[in-house]
Design a binder for this molecule. Structure first.
Ligand SMILES: NC(=O)c1ccc[n+]([C@@H]2O[C@H](COP(=O)([O-])OP(=O)(O)OC[C@H]3O[C@@H](n4cnc5c(N)ncnc54)[C@H](OP(=O)(O)O)[C@@H]3O)[C@@H](O)[C@H]2O)c1
Length: 282
């Protein structure tokens, strides 16, 4: 079962599912299951046996969350608690996604799962609360904290830069944050691998592509791989204002994941190139 199935990550799972036909997938978008509705969840779990609940539903508007605190916590925390309770009752493994924004960004080295969390915006606080509920209620769960997700689906920085490159001669992109862009397809592929091998190394993990950059560096790479660098003047911006505070540094240390799952992480630059070459133009 995949909740929030029409979101960016949900659609990456839908893409994978098309060729993983031996798995009985159930994709539920927000009109079919509202994760804040205990009734929706109860009715659904009553009618089906769910081995894995992949929760792609989330309140993800970081800026708006500052003025919609209650809604953000309802979806990212209270609904996640309901999901955890129902998964426990039905012996379903919960696979959930969280964020690098649980950290305050004061570190100078990548954050590990053991590092102290200290969110500096409402979105980060709501996601952390959701994580804590899962860790309190369940043993059979995977939580993947990830960062700067992009893909061919939904609204994301990768697609925005490609569109802006067509429209504008100059782009000013912030250098105020350092993190790691993550191809959402790679995250979905890892989850699929764990499901297929019935992996039981449950717990909290950090997942992103490897390396680090700024949003300016990310934009530069997108323009480079798409052949747009010669058409667009890309400037470093140090005065970009946001409503929500952002961690200045939020690179995730993936050592635990690499050791537990014997996998490899593609460098973020290669991942950007791979997505562009896969056919997405804008
Ligand atoms: N995007 C990033 O850069 C990023 C970075 C770090 C972590 N994450 C985490 O990664 C996960 C996937 O993010 P994403 O980029 O795929 O987000 P997304 O594109 O915004 O998708 C979120 C989905 O959740 C659905 N949703 C919202 N409220 C719901 C509710 N009450 N019940 C059911 N569905 C609901 C939305 O449906 P409607 O549109 O119909 O409301 C949307 O389809 C999230 O947990 C997010 O916090 C994302």
């Amino acid at each position: 079962m995949v909740t929030g199935a029409s979101g960016q990550l949900g659609k990456c799972f839908q893409k994978l599912a098309a060729r993983e036909v031996e798995i009985d997938w159930l994709f539920m978008d927000s009109s079919e299951i509202d994760i804040t509705s205990t009734k929706d969840l109860r009715d659904f779990f009553k009618s089906k046996r769910i081995d894995y609940c992949i929760n792609c539903a989330a309140y993800t508007n970081v800026e708006k969350a500052e003025s919609e605190q209650e809604k953000a916590f309802d979806i990212n925390a209270e609904a996640v608690k309901n999901l955890a309770v129902i998964c426990k009752k039905n012996h379903s493994v919960l696979i959930h996604f969280s964020t690098d924004y649980v950290f305050d960004g004061t570190s100078k080295i990548p954050y590990s799962e053991k590092d102290l969390t200290n969110p500096i915006n409402v979105y980060g606080a709501s996601k952390l609360q959701g994580e804590n509920y899962i860790r309190d209620i369940l043993t059979d769960y995977f939580i993947f904290r990830t960062s700067w997700l992009y893909s061919e689906f939904g609204h994301n920085f990768f697609k925005t830069i490609l569109i802006k490159a067509e429209e504008k001669a100059t782009l000013n992109i912030t250098i105020a944050q350092t993190g790691t862009p993550t191809n959402a397809n790679h995250l979905a592929q890892l989850v699929l691998m764990l499901i297929k091998e019935k992996n039981t190394n449950f717990g909290l993990y950090h997942f992103s592509n490897s390396g680090e950059t700024t949003w300016y560096g990310f934009a530069n790479e997108i323009l480079k791989v798409s052949g747009n660098l010669k058409n667009v003047q890309l400037n470093k911006d140090n005065s970009y204002k946001t409503i929500a505070a952002r961690p200045a540094y939020s690179v995730l240390d993936k050592t635990k994941l690499l050791e537990a799952f014997k996998t490899r992480l593609e460098p973020w630059e290669d991942a950007v190139r791979e997505l562009y070459k896969s056919g997405i133009q804008n």
